[in-house]
Design a protein around this ligand. Structure first.
Ligand code: DX5
Ligand code: ZN
Length: 218
């Protein structure tokens, strides 16, 4: 059974709590928070204050995806705001092992993220200690992009890496996910599915969640 994590990046922030309730009603499992700083990626989104608002709106786990420079500096802020999972990009973090230790010491689950041009093998050395491996299925930076088909091959590589390393992490995908791409990725071995536009831009948000859940539940 796949885990569905709607990304609030595409939500209507005027009614964040209500938008979160709509995805909860459809069976969403986690809430995904996209943090962008205008440096690591060109776009700016939101920070710990909004994460904290999301926390007060739901009991679902918060999955915080940091697309910022020096993420280690801000770990306590996001964790105090209520993050349950914190993921950092391998393209940004020099001392990856140390940063993962810090996330765990702060008491939450630790994830690493790979942009589409970063080899899956680059996380080999930390595969035994992570809780989550996020394979970007678009380049990090903006919502509303199209799923990159080669991602299916990369999901399979992540499944193999987990086997070889004896790791125990969930394989997550993010970007361009709708019912069709979720189904393909589910068959390739993905376990956590982030979707923003296809859910929050749908006429019926709750139904859009149900539709994706149905293809990742078989
Ligand atoms: C992209 C973000 C994604 C994005 C997903 O940098 O990490 O989480 O918001 O949005 P859609 O579903 O619109 O591709
Ligand atoms: Zn994301």
């Amino acid at each position: 059974m796949g885990i569905l994590a709607p990304s609030i990046l595409a939500a209507d922030f005027k009614n964040l709590e209500q938008q979160i309730k709509l995805v909860e009603n459809g069976g969403a499992d986690w809430i995904h928070c996209d943090i962008m700083d205008g440096h690591f990626v060109p776009n700016i989104t939101f920070g710990p204050l909004v994460v904290e608002s999301a926390k007060r709106s739901t009991n679902l786990p918060l999955d915080v995806h940091l697309m910022i420079e020096n993420p280690d500096k801000f770990l306590p802020d996001f964790i105090n705001a209520g993050a349950d999972y914190v993921s950092v990009h391998v393209e940004e973090v020099v001392h990856l092992n140390e940063v993962l230790n810090k996330i765990k010491e702060l008491g939450v689950k630790a994830g690493v993220v790979l942009n589409p041009s970063t080899p899956v093998s680059s996380v080999k050395e930390v595969a035994g200690k992570i809780d989550l491996l996020l394979i970007m299925t678009v380049y990090a930076g903006f919502g509303g992009q199209e799923f990159i088909p080669n991602s299916l091959q990369r999901i399979k590589e992540a499944v193999d890496l987990r086997k070889e390393s004896g790791g125990d992490f969930l394989i997550e995908i993010d970007g361009g996910i709708n019912a069709e791409t979720a189904q393909q990725a589910f068959q390739a071995g993905a376990e956590v599915f982030v979707a923003g536009t296809s859910i929050f831009n749908a006429d019926d948000i709750t139904e859009a969640v149900r539709e994706i859940k149905s293809v990742i539940s078989k």
